[in-house]
Design a protein around this ligand. Structure first.
Ligand SMILES: Cc1ncc(COP(=O)(O)O)c(C=O)c1O
Length: 412
């Protein structure tokens, strides 16, 4: 059996085969070296195990790092194919595809810390990541200090001699606050710590954390990377050595990306740049529309000049500002609650980054398990509505919002 291709094999084969083409071309061709069949659309290796020629081959593969054709928890050809694309996206040497965004965060953090280490993170993160940082890590002897992400100096003040990781996320959900990723990565490195960032919201089309100095990037690939609301997946991108460490933890933790999901994620990624360009266009247009709407008090979108960190957004979100935004209804909770019940194009559902526009009301939905004080701390006001702007015809999105917002707090 030939040696299993790795993502970096795929990258060098691609360089020889395709050359320095644009992102869209590279994504379409990046996985070719990892597809060892003549099929243009690679087959799905729907198997949990692989035939071994000899016991010695079994022994060799059992101790290999990330073999593609041994046992599917260790890897699969479909996983290798999608990892080649994921590494392309963030411009890293290697990538690891995993079973969910939370698996990516868990694998990145647990493979980087040990008991006695300290982590600096933000007060606002995706809520399950925050639970992992503040409830789970301390149970394993790892302490976390949380800081205001908009105050770069606060990261420097929180560093300790045993700080091993600085964990960031920019922009954050749902208030769209930014972290100065370049400055914070420099603070981490000065103290000998790793800079790990969750790039799910901005997405690599718009923001390139590795170029800003980060060491590891994590993603919920469930969102923009897949883009079609039909896969739960995650990704970790970084140097070969760090991804190998992450793989070793994943092998034990077991949150593998299954072959069919890997195949679907690869298919979703083939149109990623086209989709992101449309999300960026629609996001900005919807944000401007809402900013001028009489029922709306405030819009949080990094692409608007009214965003308090717009200058930072222009500097670090070099490709665009994405499709995520939130806005505050002038008439508070009731107005927001009624508006989300009236939309016809915008779908009432959690998650984000898909082709369809999704709408949520954090105060009555995902953040109900938090106290009012915790919601205040996270900037979740009663009238806040979050939108993941999709790629529908933008006039249909704004017309839908217009009819849903009409009349403020009254039933319409
Ligand atoms: C920013 C961010 N990171 C991570 C996750 C977790 O991803 P998953 O649901 O794929 O585990 C989410 C989920 O919403 C998210 O919004």
């Amino acid at each position: 059996m030939p040696a299993a291709p790795t993502p970096s094999d795929a990258r060098s084969a691609r360089d020889a085969h395709v050359g320095p083409h644009g992102l869209q071309t590279r994504l379409i061709h990046a996985a070719e070296a990892a597809n060892q069949t003549p099929a243009v659309a690679p087959p799905i290796f729907q198997t949990s195990t692989y035939r071994l020629r000899t016991p010695e081959e079994g022994a060799e593969l059992a101790s290999a790092i990330a073999p593609a054709t041994f046992y599917t928890r260790y890897g699969s050809p479909n996983e290798k194919q999608v990892e080649a694309l994921l590494a392309e996206l963030e411009g890293t040497e290697a990538a690891l595809a995993v079973g969910s965004g939370m698996a990516a965060i868990t694998v990145a953090l647990f493979s980087s810390v040990r008991a006695g280490d300290h982590v600096v993170a933000q007060r606002t993160h995706y809520t399950s990541a925050l639970t992992l940082l503040t409830d789970t890590l301390p149970r394993y002897g790892v302490e976390t200090t949380l800081v205001d992400q908009t105050d770069t100096a606060a990261f420097a003040r929180a560093m300790r001699p045993n700080t091993r990781v600085v964990y960031t996320e920019s922009p954050t959900n749902p208030t769209m606050d930014l972290t100065d990723l370049r400055a914070v990565a420099a603070i981490a490195h000065e103290a000998g710590a790793l800079a790990i960032t969750d790039n799910t919201f901005a997405s690599p089309y718009n923001q390139r954390p590795i170029e800003l100095g980060c060491d590891l990037v994590v993603h919920s690939a469930t969102k923009y990377l897949n883009g079609h609301a039909d896969v739960t997946a995650g990704a970790v991108m970084g140097s070969r050595a760090r991804i190998d460490d992450a793989w070793e933890y994943l092998r034990l933790y077991g949150a593998v990306l299954h072959p069919f999901e890997a195949w679907l994620l690869r298919r979703g990624l083939l149109t990623y740049p086209l989709r992101m360009a449309a999300h960026n266009r629609n996001g900005l247009e919807v944000a401007r529309f809402l900013e001028g709407h009489p029922a709306v008090a405030r819009v949080h979108y990094p692409g608007l000049e009214s965003h308090p960190q717009h200058a930072l957004a222009r500097a670090q979100m070099s490709g665009g500002f994405g499709g995520m935004l939130s806005f505050e209804m002038r008439d508070g909770y009731d107005a927001a609650y009624r508006a989300i019940g009236r939309t016809k194009v915008c779908v009432l559902a959690v998650s984000l980054g898909g082709v369809e526009t999704l709408i949520t009301h954090p105060a009555s939905m995902v953040h109900t398990h938090q106290s009012a004080a915790q919601r205040d701390e996270a900037g979740i006001s009663p009238g806040l509505v979050r939108l993941s702007v999709g790629i529908e015809d933008v006039a249909d999105i704004t017309a839908d919002l217009d009819q849903a917002l009409a009349g403020g707090g009254r039933d319409g």
